[in-house]
Design a protein. Structure first.
Length: 163
């Protein structure tokens, strides 16, 4: 699948088949995340892949809108060293992960981490250093369903020269 198709067909998938993911596939997805745009080339990110069902359930139970993480074969935690642009950089890495998962024929959905009350608990659960901030959690797996939720049309959101 080419990049444009992956971008245009990516959707938030919250229901997964139980099939495990190949380590090489997860590594390629993370590799795409680490190649994201980054302010001043700081590359503040760290990625923790969680495949253990008990640990994924702990993460899911800690979140407010991420209960589906427990049923995904993998969860990728995107953490960044605290700094001026950690949120922008971590969000760019997260988007690359979502698109890379789609390019591999997988489904994915991100759950917010930054500013959430559960973020410190998840950081501790993952053994992250105190200097790291949780940007997002990304559930990844083979989709059990593929939502086709409409997006706003281009002519509704595109403005030329002025708003």
């Amino acid at each position: 699948m080419d990049a444009i198709e992956a971008l245009k067909t990516r959707r938030c998938v919250r229901a997964f088949k139980p099939d495990p993911l190949r380590k090489e596939t997860l590594e390629d997805i993370i590799d795409c995340g680490r190649l994201a745009a980054t302010a001043r080339n700081e590359q503040p990110w760290e990625f923790v892949v969680v495949t253990d069902p008990a640990r994924r359930k702990q993460i899911a139970d800690a979140t407010d809108f991420g209960k589906f993480i427990a049923n995904a074969p993998a969860c990728i935690a995107v953490l960044c060293e605290d700094g001026k642009y950690y949120l922008e950089d971590g969000s760019a890495a997260t988007q690359n992960i979502l698109v890379a998962a789609r390019a591999h024929g997988l489904g994915a959905c991100w759950v917010a981490g930054d500013k959430k009350p559960y973020a410190p608990k998840i950081c501790a659960l993952l053994g992250a250093p105190a200097s790291c901030r949780l940007v997002s959690l990304v559930a990844v797996g083979h989709p059990a369903e593929f939502p086709n939720i409409g997006k706003r049309k281009l002519d509704e959101v595109l403005h030329w020269e002025t708003f």
